[in-house]
Design a protein around this ligand. Structure first.
Ligand SMILES: Nc1ncnc2c1ncn2[C@@H]1O[C@H](COP(=O)(O)OP(=O)(O)OP(=O)(O)O)[C@@H](O)[C@H]1O
Ligand SMILES: [Mg+2]
Length: 286
């Protein structure tokens, strides 16, 4: 396993001394090094960002341990390994990308990762340009300051900066937030390609259940700092657990429910696109 949580707890320091906010309780889970497409879901404040921040040691557990490749991360800061090799292998796009960008120009920002992890200037530039192209970041933006971009553009730049150094695992905290629906789909398609073609593991936090159903092969449902569900999306939405996690059903499954009820059909949830639904409908009706 690439990442393993063993009885992990996390408490944030509170406002007053000896006060704390319990954000994760007794987390045990494993993420494979390759070929997983995991969605982390749950209502606001359920602990998603805190959970994912432990996956590249951005946060340390208050109790328990996180095993990342050959490294063991424990509450004791001084005993922990150097984090740079972990960061190279596990890229993280933050929930608020403005905290992640800091160079003078967009191009320099995207080049930062490859340079930091040992690529030579020219190769770093080529990688940055390729990543920018993948995300549709136009040449006109490359020389701008990243702080003069819109929220969605900043997010694209942050994503390009991670893709440019080719980590083994990508952690993405609400990567489609602030993007228009078409761009959001394009960005998810890029992650899908990275997952399918290069077998990389992708961990995405999202509030968009349509994207979860379309892309994820595994879903982790968080509630009150605990893992309430860990399994296939189809099983989450076939049970009532999605309601307990304050989630909504994907539109496609709502449509299937509606058709089943109104037309007295018995369509299953193993349908992942409108085209598939239409095909299945034709089979049962004609
Ligand atoms: N830096 C912090 N200091 C103190 N408490 C925090 C901090 N960050 C998060 N928390 C608390 O920890 C809990 C989990 O927060 P977290 O950010 O992990 O939730 P989330 O599921 O990512 O929510 P959202 O969907 O809003 O991003 C919440 O109760 C939150 O208030
Ligand atoms: Mg969050």
């Amino acid at each position: 396993m690439a990442i393993s949580f063993r009885e992990v707890e996390h408490n944030y320091a509170g406002l007053r001394k000896n006060d704390y906010v319990a954000a994760l309780h007794n987390i045990n889970l494993d993420i494979a090094a390759q070929d997983e497409f995991v969605a982390v879901v749950g209502q606001t404040g359920s602990g998603k960002s805190t959970l994912v921040s432990h996956m590249n040691a951005l946060l340390l557990p208050t109790k328990g341990s996180v095993h990342i490749f050959d490294y063991v991360i424990t509450p004791k800061k001084r005993k922990n390994p150097k984090l740079k090799p972990i960061r190279k292998r596990i890229g993280f796009v933050f929930q608020f990308p403005e905290y992640q960008l800091f160079e003078e120009t967009v191009l320099k920002d995207i080049m930062f990762g490859p340079l930091n992890f040992g690529y030579k200037e020219e190769e770093a530039k080529q990688r940055a340009l390729q990543a920018a192209k993948m995300l549709g970041i136009g040449a006109d933006l490359l020389e701008k300051s990243p702080f003069n971009l819109s929220g969605g553009q900043m997010r694209k730049v942050a994503i390009a900066g991670i893709l440019a150094y080719n980590p083994d695992i990508l952690l993405l905290d609400e990567p489609t937030r602030g993007l228009d629906p078409k761009t959001a789909l394009e960005v998810m398609e890029i992650f899908n390609r990275v997952n399918k073609e290069y077998k990389k593991t992708i961990v995405v936090i999202t509030h968009d259940m349509n994207l979860v159903y379309k892309y994820a092969t595994r879903v982790i449902g968080m509630k009150d700092g605990m893992v309430k569900f860990d399994g296939k999306p189809i099983d989450l939405f076939s049970s009532n657990i999605y309601k307990e996690c304050h989630l909504t059903k994907p539109d496609l499954l709502c449509l299937i429910d509606y058709l089943n009820e109104k037309m007295n059909l018995n369509l299953g949830y193993d349908i992942y696109s409108e085209e598939e639904l239409l095909k299945r409908l034709k089979e049962v009706i004609l």
